[in-house]
Design a binder for this molecule. Structure first.
Ligand code: UDP
Length: 434
């Protein structure tokens, strides 16, 4: 019988916003399910356990975001290899960070019960280091990683396509968000019994997929500073956490189109892109409308209640980020995708379009993006159909389900809630959240 809380480390890195978001959602789910039976610590592993310049990966990622063709070459570079461990990139990385990772884990491993990696460049080096620690100094009899009784779990945070480095057959469990990634994992040699298809773990505001009533939606619109409306007309524009893509040009094109249309509302979430937020706040919209109707866009910086804006909106215009897409599926929000990180986010486009939950129009021509939005707003039945298709892809229980499965099989922690055992998992959370 364990007296102390089980110590769980979640390893992520701030290369983009998605890894931290998934780590936070798993932390919230673990605490919701197990309370003080678990103690969860989030670590930017690349920053804290790897040497310079690897530790600068978050900054490098931001810079690479401005050079898509370079990023694409780096992404494609090793994709033909059998496994990530066979690649020169991995071998160089491991030899360079080995000592530092061993030092970090030597201390941590003694106290830990479970390691969760939500980043593709972390689990291999963690497993490699734990195997080396298990083997000991050489004077000991040979041991295996399992002797350390410290399981390592990977949770994939990409959606429609995943880099080779996500897959390490040695990990104890692998959680994937979609059929596409499930198949990719099998192709890369991960045993089927280790793969679990549960969805992308999202924060608590997305743990409920029940649609709100039209009245509730109007109430929420008023609360957020929008005009309550009967018809679909609220366009939400986002560019991920950093406000990437041609946000300014697309916002202007959509705004001008809505003014010409004579109705419609626009919410722009600029994330951490202050420059675009300021430019939009200062923009004079001429004309601002006709007669009684005036165009009043809502221009926001980084918001923490994206779930509310998605509930209040009728469609989403965004770059193809896995987090934003999975969130909008839960809210039944048709997606117009306008940009993608080459390689990494390409599969997210077909994930949305093949499932009839949206479309792709490149932001290279913002007027085409705006024209597509006009077409959608004039055609409520099509919007409704895409919304239903989006809901079919929703996986609101992902964070809770992943947490439950890993704790159940690796830490022998059963959840005491009756509804979990009877299979109606998630309903209590839904009721609480409504
Ligand atoms: N996001 C947020 N507030 C903002 C802008 C974005 O919470 O002001 C969230 C968004 O809801 C999503 C994440 O940031 O969960 C962005 O993840 P995504 O995978 O779409 O793109 P990334 O930023 O990782 O490239």
């Amino acid at each position: 019988v364990h007296q102390r809380p089980r110590q769980i480390h979640i390893y992520f890195s701030d290369t983009g916003g998605g890894h931290r978001a998934s780590a936070l959602s798993l932390e919230a789910a673990l605490k919701k399910l197990y309370g003080n039976q678990v103690s969860v610590t989030l670590v930017d592993f690349i920053r804290h356990a790897m040497p310079w310049p690897l530790s600068q990966a978050p900054e490098t990622y931001q810079t690479l975001g401005h050079f898509p063709s370079v990023y694409k070459r780096a992404w494609d570079y090793d994709q033909d290899s059998e496994t990530w461990c066979d690649t020169t990139s991995y071998k160089m990385m491991w030899s360079y960070c080995r000592e530092s990772v061993l030092n970090y884990l030597e201390q941590a491993a003694l106290e830990l019960d479970l390691i969760i990696s939500v980043h593709p460049l972390i689990h291999h080096v963690v497993i490699e280091a734990l195997e080396e620690l298990a083997r000991g100094s050489g004077s000991q009899p040979p041991a295996s990683r399992q002797d350390l009784c410290l399981p390592v779990v990977t949770v994939v945070t990409d959606l429609g396509s995943a880099h080779l480095s996500w897959f390490d057959p040695r990990a104890d469990m692998l959680f994937v968000p979609s059929q596409e990634i499930y198949q990719a994992a099998i192709k890369r040699g991960v045993p089927r019994r280790k793969i679990h298809l549960c969805g992308l773990p999202l924060r608590e505001g997305f743990w409920c997929a029940d649609p709100v009533s039209p009245d509730q939606k109007r109430q929420l619109q008023a609360q957020l500073g929008l005009r309550p409306t009967e018809r679909p007309e609220v366009v939400l524009l986002m560019g991920g956490g950093e406000g990437f893509g041609r946000l300014l040009d697309v916002a202007c094109a959509i705004g001008d189109t809505l003014i010409g249309l004579g109705y419609g509302q626009l919410v722009v979430v600029c994330g951490r892109n202050e420059e675009v937020r300021k430019a939009l706040v200062e923009r004079r919209w001429t004309p601002r409308g006709f007669g009684e109707w005036l165009f009043e866009p809502l221009i926001l910086g980084f918001v923490t209640n994206v779930d509310q804006y998605m509930t209040a909106a009728d469609c989403l215009v965004t770059k193809a980020g896995p987090g934003s897409i999975a969130e909008s599926m839960i809210k039944g929000l048709p997606c117009l995708l306008t940009a993608f990180v080459p390689g990494q986010e390409e599969g997210n486009i077909s994930y949305v379009t093949d499932n009839g939950a949206g479309a792709y129009v490149s932001d290279q021509d913002p007027h085409l993006v705006a024209a597509k939005i006009e077409e959608w707003l004039k055609d409520p039945p099509t919007l409704e159909r895409m919304s239903e298709n989006a809901r079919r892809l929703a996986q609101p229980d992902a964070a809770l389900e992943i947490s439950r499965r890993m704790c159940d099989s690796l830490l022998d922690l059963g959840v005491e809630l009756e509804e979990v055992r009877s299979g109606s998992f998630g309903t209590t959370w839904r009721n609480q959240l409504l």
